[in-house]
Write a protein that binds this ligand. Structure first.
Ligand SMILES: *Cc1c(COP(=O)(O)O)cnc(C)c1O
Length: 389
């Protein structure tokens, strides 16, 4: 027997949040508890039928059974560029400014390998999607946490980042509409980011996973719409939330060609691209974007209104989201994130995610992912209503 010892990088990571949540849930189930989960940001609804049909058809064709190219079929990238013009008015070269991904998580996790050397800083939002931090750590970089605070609309305060950090930062992650805070960013914020990036030569990676999950017809814009953005950054897009396709593992990055080239050379060495039949299915999704994504927005929008109404009855404190399927809720007096999460689970069988699981600045909040139907939402809030805080 040899001694199995994990790398310092692995040991440096906090326990993967959702693994811990899953363990708690299993414990509850074992004790015979009925659990309603607002825990994980995975849609409960099925992928729209035409996308499934496109997959079936493409899966039959033997030419799709080979290794795909890591950058994606040219047809796929062309379809993306056409969609991008229609949706955002931004024209992208499908050859150099679009790269297919095995889900945007894959691209986000790999990006630091292309640009980060030991001791380089990466600006990471806190609370934030955990992959920004773990990708940075795996690449040997040092995350510099940018707090997202309520009083600042859950935007990072760029002026508060010390000069010496900005000078050593090579990469910055931002994400709006935001997970976990559900905040949206004004265009002026993106403009400030571009200015800072130009001044300090920082690569910007904007995670747009929730750009198509918006409500009240307030469409989020693309980072790439901002003047100068394409000189400094790329944007990650995902089919997962837009079309209920989390299991399909397909997404793309768009923007600066040199940055994409760096990411591409990492991918070239580590993966072999997205199954072509899935790329054809994703093309169908983009071609029918309006028809297929609008009903999904409608469902999440009406759930948002229901949850907001039920939380208002309880007097819970939150900002009503304009996008995403999340609610970022303040814990009541005397409760930290973990204590509120545990009480909801133990007394009502309700799973939520403790805010501090997304970073220390998430303390004092819990996150609800509204990935359950109206009946379950009502059942959950009836149960929560009987808890005396
Ligand atoms: C869900 C999510 C992703 C990952 O999406 P995939 O395309 O499924 O990998 C990326 N970023 C954020 C913020 C997310 O919530």
């Amino acid at each position: 027997m040899i001694k199995i010892d994990y790398s310092r990088k692995i040991k440096q990571l906090p326990p993967y949040l959702f693994a811990e949540m899953d363990r708690l849930k299993q414990e509850g189930v074992k004790q015979g508890q009925r659990i309603i989960s607002f825990g994980i940001g995975d849609p409960d609804l099925a992928t729209p039928e035409p996308i499934i049909q496109a997959l079936k058809k493409a899966a039959d064709a033997p030419e799709n059974h080979h290794y795909p190219s890591y950058e994606g079929l040219f047809l796929f990238r062309k379809e993306i560029s056409q969609w991008f013009i229609k949706r955002y008015g931004v024209s992208l070269d499908p050859e150099t400014e679009i790269l297919s991904l095995l889900g945007s998580k894959e691209g986000i996790g790999h990006l630091p390998f292309a640009f980060i050397d030991k001791n380089d800083f990466v600006l990471v939002p806190d609370p934030g999607y955990t992959v920004y931090r773990s990708g940075t750590v795996f690449a040997g970089g040092t995350p510099y946490l940018m707090p997202l605070r309520k009083e600042n609309g859950f935007l990072p305060d760029l002026k508060a980042i010390p000069e010496r950090i900005k000078k050593r930062a090579r990469l910055m992650f931002i994400n709006y509409p935001n997970n976990p805070t559900a905040a949206s960013a004004p265009r002026a914020f993106f403009e400030d980011v571009v200015k800072m990036a130009q001044r300090y030569h920082i690569i910007v990676a904007h995670d747009a996973a929730y750009n198509e999950m918006y409500f009240d017809n307030e469409k989020p814009f693309s980072f790439l719409e901002v003047k100068g953005a394409r000189d400094v950054g790329i944007e990650f897009h995902s089919f997962s939330k837009t079309f209920n396709m989390t299991g399909w593992r397909v997404g793309f990055a768009a923007g600066n060609a040199d940055i994409l080239k760096g990411l591409g050379s990492i991918k070239n060495n580590l993966d072999s691209g997205v199954f072509q039949a899935v790329q054809y299915a994703a093309m169908e999704a983009l071609r029918r974007y309006d028809e297929l994504s609008a009903p999904i927005r409608k469902v999440y929008g009406s759930r948002r209104d229901l949850v907001a109404a039920r939380m208002d009855e309880l007097g819970w404190k939150y900002v009503k989201p304009k996008a995403t399927f999340y609610f970022w809720v303040e814990t009541p007096a005397g409760y930290d994130s973990r204590k509120m999460t545990m009480r909801l689970l133990q007394e009502a069988g309700i799973m939520v995610t403790p805010g501090n699981g997304f970073g220390e600045n998430g303390e004092g909040f819990i996150r609800l992912a509204v990935t359950v139907n109206d009946d379950l939402i009502n059942e959950a809030f009836d149960k929560i209503g009987s808890i005396r805080w």
